[in-house]
Design a binder for this molecule. Structure first.
Ligand SMILES: [Zn+2]
Length: 255
């Protein structure tokens, strides 16, 4: 009888690429015994199958969380997919700790099997979720910057964005957007009064991403305007009172 450890170790070495002969010699076990153990061990899948990898691909279970996370990805996200390095990273400003928690929660809801960690950088925190499947869930990943490549959602992603437009807008605003307050004073009945005008800005270099944002605003009835910065139109502003009020109901200030 061989010890349990031996019975596990020998087939493991072979499955890692060692020859039957060399393992047999090194451990003093017959090749027949190793072959028997090999047939008994079940191949262990590297990671659980994802909804996109299965023969009939599906959308993620938590569509609302996906819609939000996809918005975050388009703003401040990055998918790394190299041998032995697979992760989704969302870079969050330290100024908004609540949003760091939200990013992490959305990752966990979309892909519960993946481990998540945070790493502190200068003024910001990278929230990372490790799984080979982020490249299936975010097919827009690719080398270089997002504004240098086409960003077109696939049909299943469109369906999610259509079903959860506010979540998608929230994700974009929470990454590349902000809510600012302009103010002015006016004299009313002899008294100087201060008036505040909140507005939402969204800034992204990718024309595709700006279009996704403005199209989704159209769908929920929010009026917007493209505003210039230098010669380029990078900003989308929401300033009309009714539209700002709609945005406040669904998004509000960063926190
Ligand atoms: Zn997958």
């Amino acid at each position: 009888m061989y010890a349990l450890e031996t019975r596990k170790r020998a087939p493991k070495l072979v499955s890692q690429g060692r020859s039957l002969n060399s393992v047999s010699r090194e451990m003093g076990i017959s090749r027949h015994a190793i072959r028997t153990w090999l047939t008994r061990i079940q191949p262990i899948p590297r990671s659980p199958a994802c909804v996109r990898c299965t023969p009939i691909p599906r959308a993620p279970h938590d569509a609302a969380a996906y819609s939000y996370l996809f918005g975050l990805y388009l703003g401040d996200g990055h998918v790394m997919s190299k041998p032995r390095q697979h992760h989704l990273t969302i870079t969050c400003a330290d100024a908004w700790p609540g949003l760091i928690d939200e990013a992490e929660a959305a990752m966990r809801r979309v892909l519960p099997s993946a481990s998540v960690s945070r790493s502190q950088k200068q003024g910001c925190t990278d929230v990372k979720s490790f799984s080979v499947h982020w490249k299936c869930l975010v097919p827009q990943h690719g080398p270089g910057k997002k504004h240098d490549r086409r960003i077109h959602p696939e049909t299943w992603q469109r369906a999610i964005m259509d079903a959860h437009p506010w979540e998608f807008i929230r994700g974009l605003v929470h990454s590349d957007g902000c809510r600012i307050i302009n103010w002015t004073t006016r004299v009313v009945a002899g008294k100087r009064k201060r008036y505040e005008y909140p507005r939402y800005f969204f800034t992204n270099k990718s024309a595709d991403i700006r279009r996704l944002y403005s199209e989704t605003l159209d769908r929920v009835g929010v009026e917007w305007k493209a505003t210039r910065r230098g010669s380029e139109t990078y900003n989308i502003s929401v300033a009309k009172r009714a539209s700002v009020s709609l945005m406040d109901q669904h998004i509000g200030p960063k926190y």
